[in-house]
Design a binder for this molecule. Structure first.
Ligand SMILES: [Zn+2]
Length: 70
């Protein structure tokens, strides 16, 4: 994947969490995240793995991470 900021090549990797990976509009205690909150967007996007994995691309130069979600 090409970085949209510097046009350099991004490195493929993974973001993982035991209880799933979500974007949420509000900050919550991590211990409360196991119950999915209203407005939470699951970031899982890797059909070869369980719901606790998101494929992500990292730009070392810009210090940015990009995730394509379903
Ligand atoms: Zn970049």
């Amino acid at each position: 994947m090409t970085c949209p900021y510097c046009q350099g090549e991004m490195t493929k990797g993974y973001i993982q969490c035991r209880d799933g990976v979500y974007w949420t509009p509000d900050r919550a205690l991590v211990s409360a995240l196991s119950g999915i909150k209203k407005g939470a967007v699951p970031l899982r996007n890797d059909p070869e793995h369980t719901s606790n994995t998101a494929v992500a691309y990292f730009c070392q130069r810009c210090r940015k991470v990009m995730i394509d979600i379903k």
